[in-house]
Design a protein around this ligand. Structure first.
Ligand SMILES: Nc1ncnc2c1ncn2[C@@H]1O[C@H](COP(=O)(O)OP(=O)(O)OP(=O)(O)O)[C@@H](O)[C@H]1O
Ligand SMILES: [Mg+2]
Length: 614
């Protein structure tokens, strides 16, 4: 490819990128129509005012010169001069006032755009599949989108505004200059081109550099988050990790700073060169103007206006070109946001209308195989078992056997590689995820502790119900946390956790009970509890499971637990080893079979019974 074709191609991409503003403007328009219209109107006024003021300047000088020439004839101020002076005053006043109003408008607009962009990103974050959260590229993309989205669309607006405003003024100035000395206009334009090119080239380099360092940047933020976050606060202190983490954070930041400084310095060299060349050209133009004046080709007013127009024209042109450069730069960076927003979502394939949900359900796993995305070893290797409708099933097995994975597949957080999961005989892939999830109440091992009120913590189990029903209290009673909540002066409206003012902290076991209450509040046919009592005291656990059947009230339950005492009461127990169900039966049956379950049970029971001598 010849250099010329290459250059033409490059220019074309730059121009295309620069003016690919539709989507960004769409965000701005959606965020605040009224403010956007107001903003545009103000810009148009701000663009026109400088031209009016230049024309008035010429009139003012010429009128003064004329008045001086005819001086002595009268002491009174000529009406012409008076009118011009009034007009100059009005324009000055308007310029100031529009600037003041413009500041308010553009600030509010920027805030609205930022808030709207939060909406857009949050909506996308909950729409993507869970598997994206396990993928570093997704986090890079999310990080970049969050970095850019809040302010870039706003900057695009301000860049466009400055192109519009300066453009209007520039057309005026160009017209004024053309009527005098056209070569000066050419010099003005040529002088600023090198800076524009330098700016565009370095924007692109900066963009590429920032993209390649997202992961590094995130790892720095990871250390920062560890240092300041509550979750890690205890461990950081007792293990004395503070200085180590501070050092790691500092080292990464220093490395990033060094790379950024190197590029900035290089950019500065090029900019300096561009600046020198434009200064030389501009001074050439001044000479030209001076000679024209000496040659008497222009009036004094014309000369003053001309000089002013040239100076200000430089400012306008600089402003417009700067707007173009910013537009290009910000559009480049917005690609990061678009990339995130364009992550595909799972197509909503609905095979048929979901059956009318029954109060409880039969769940069947048929030869289910599953491999986590981005990994190669299957975690489930032909899982085959049935959970009878209205019965309590338990799943036991060593760490990593695949128990939680079985539940994730039931909720369609992932899809099996092979095999099917049936709910009342219907393949769950035929049920829209939202409908399916409405039928399941699940508390995962790593449930969430919402640092909000106790009421919210329970109500989040089913936000379609009213938050002030008795069912909240009843769910808390069933989970054994009601009494504790009532000891707080604010009762159910007490804020929990210590993140916000007046928050009350709960113990781990109490948090767990609250999570259980959330699951019970969700009135679904299926209840899945993954390690629901791992942090509960024996008394609470006994009370919970003693009344468990009554609490379930004929619903189907799947219980995952390492506590054999809990598991024992289930109707059917399934033992899982390395991604397969190896045994199923009641406690007595499995004890008689003397297999995996009996072994696990015996091991735990022996530890409790024997006085072990070490
Ligand atoms: N998101 C994930 N991506 C990749 N591999 C995963 C993921 N989650 C779990 N695994 C792997 O899948 C296996 C089974 O995990 P799972 O959480 O189902 O075990 P589990 O039986 O619930 O164990 P535990 O008793 O410790 O809760 C583990 O070996 C784990 O490394
Ligand atoms: Mg688990």
């Amino acid at each position: 490819m010849s250099i010329v074709t290459k250059a033409v191609k490059k220019v074309r991409t730059v121009v295309q990128t620069t003016f690919r503003v539709k989507r960004a403007l769409g965000f701005v328009w959606e965020s605040s129509r009224g403010w956007t219209v107001a903003h545009v109107c103000l810009l148009a006024i701000q663009g026109v005012l400088p031209i009016v003021s230049l024309v008035l300047l010429r009139m003012l000088v010429d009128t003064v010169v004329e008045t001086v020439a005819t001086a002595g004839q009268s002491d009174a101020m000529p009406t012409g001069l008076f009118t011009v002076l009034i007009a100059v005053g009005v324009v000055t006043l308007l310029t100031g006032l529009t600037r003041i109003v413009g500041t308010v408008v553009s600030k509010e607009q920027a805030r609205r755009v930022a808030d709207h962009m939060h909406d857009v990103i949050q909506a996308k974050a909950i729409a993507v599949e869970l598997e994206y959260y396990e993928n570093a590229a997704y986090h890079d993309s999310l990080h970049r989108a969050q970095e850019e989205a809040m302010f870039r669309p706003g900057v695009i607006v301000s860049a466009l505004s400055s192109i519009l405003q300066n453009g209007i003024s520039l057309v005026g100035v160009a017209w004024l200059l053309l009527t005098f000395q056209w070569p000066v206009l050419v010099i003005l334009v040529v002088a600023l081109i090198p800076s524009l090119i330098v700016r565009l080239v370095f924007s692109e380099r900066e963009f590429l550099r920032e993209r390649s360092y997202t992961e590094k940047e995130r790892s720095a933020w990871y250390f920062n988050w560890m240092l300041v976050g509550k979750e890690s606060a205890k461990e950081i202190r007792v293990f004395g990790l503070g200085q180590t983490f501070i050092r790691r954070f500092r080292d990464i930041r220093a490395e990033l700073r060094k790379i950024r400084l190197a590029l900035d310095v290089k950019g500065a060299w090029y900019s300096a060169f561009a600046h020198i060349s434009s200064t030389v050209l501009v001074f050439g133009a001044y000479f030209w103007v001076a000679f024209s004046a000496i040659a008497g080709r222009v009036t004094v007013g014309g000369f003053v206006m001309f000089y002013q127009a040239f100076q200000r024209g430089q400012g306008f042109l600089q402003g417009a070109l700067d707007g173009i450069a910013r537009l290009y730069e910000n559009n480049l960076f917005l690609t990061n946001l678009y990339e995130f927003l364009d992550i595909p979502e799972r197509p909503a394939v609905v095979y048929g209308l979901p059956e009318k949900p029954r109060p409880c359900a039969l769940i069947e796993y048929e030869n289910v195989w599953f491999t986590y995305p981005g990994t190669s070893t299957p975690i489930l290797k032909g899982v085959d078992f049935t959970i009878e409708s209205g019965k309590i099933a338990a799943l036991v097995g060593l760490n990593g056997a695949g128990k939680t994975t079985v539940v994730k597949l039931l909720c369609r957080l992932y899809e099996p590689d092979q095999g099917r999961i049936l709910l009342d005989g219907v393949d769950i892939r035929a049920i829209a995820p939202a409908d399916l999830r409405r039928r399941i109440g699940v508390i995962f091992q790593d449930y969430v502790q919402y640092h909000l009120t106790a009421r919210d913590n329970i109500w989040f189990g089913d936000v379609e119900q009213s938050p002030d029903t008795d069912s909240i209290v009843s769910a808390a009673e069933r989970a054994g946390i009601d009494q504790k909540i009532r000891t707080f002066s604010g009762e159910y409206d007490t804020v929990l956790g210590r993140l916000f003012a007046n928050g009350h902290e709960l113990s781990t076991g109490q948090w767990q009970k609250l999570a259980l209450a959330r699951a019970f509040f969700r009135d679904t046919g299926i209840v899945v509890l993954d390690e629901p009592t791992s942090a509960m005291d024996p008394k609470s656990e006994f009370e919970l499971f003693d009344g468990f059947r009554r609490i379930l009230n004929d619903r189907t339950a799947l219980l995952i637990s390492h506590r054999m005492s809990t598991v024992r009461m289930a109707d059917t127990i399934h033992a899982m080893v390395d991604g397969q169900i190896v045994e199923s039966g009641t406690h007595d049956e499995l004890m008689r079979a003397n297999g995996v379950y009996a072994h696990l049970f015996e091991m735990q029971a022996r530890n409790y019974r024997e006085d072990r001598v070490v």
